[in-house]
Design a protein around this ligand. Structure first.
Ligand code: ADP
Ligand code: MG
Length: 145
């Protein structure tokens, strides 16, 4: 499915609709790879998901801390895990953060920016690609299950 959004709010609306239609798997975490250049809207999309899952605190880019974990209350998932692999140069670093446990727990919803950097340890995942378009603040968002 492909969407064109004209501003941040529209991107967050796409995120909200996406998450309302997404259900947990029985045997593993739902992992979502967010592909696209810097500034294309990956973190903004994650913020939209966090808001619709009732995360009260501000979701900021985990570029420097690599991973942030948000607890969810009475939702389809118990944890939203937001990872930015941009600064990682080896998949090993993610392995050290307990990656195998993270992706095997069906209670987890995992969103990872720059998944191509750690592609050898990415399980099957939903792929969402962001593109900055020429026209003003437009973005193209393509969701590929
Ligand atoms: P990334 O995580 O991909 O580097 P961010 O979400 O951090 O990107 O940044 C996107 C920036 O672009 C934000 O400052 C946001 O306000 C702005 N923006 C403008 N138009 C859009 C849009 N249509 N969708 C998402 N973000 C947009
Ligand atoms: Mg980002």
């Amino acid at each position: 499915m492909k969407y064109i959004t004209r501003n941040l709010e529209e991107t967050q609306k796409v995120a909200k609709d996406f998450i309302s239609n997404l259900n947990p798997y029985r045997d593993r975490a739902v992992v979502i790879g967010l592909y696209g250049d810097l500034g294309s809207g990956k973190t903004s999309f994650t913020q939209g998901i966090a808001k619709s899952l009732g995360v009260g605190e501000t979701v900021t880019s985990p570029t420097f801390v690599i991973e942030k974990i948000y607890e969810l209350v009475e939702k389809k998932f118990t944890h939203l895990i937001h990872i930015d692999a941009y600064r990682l140069d080896k998949s090993e670093e993610l392995q050290h953060l307990g990656w195998q446990e993270v992706i095997s727990d069906p209670n987890n919803l995992v969103l990872i920016e720059w998944p191509e950097i750690v592609e050898e340890i990415m399980p099957n995942h939903v792929k969402i690609s962001f593109k900055t378009l020429e026209k003003e603040d437009s973005r193209e968002i393509e969701i590929d299950y």
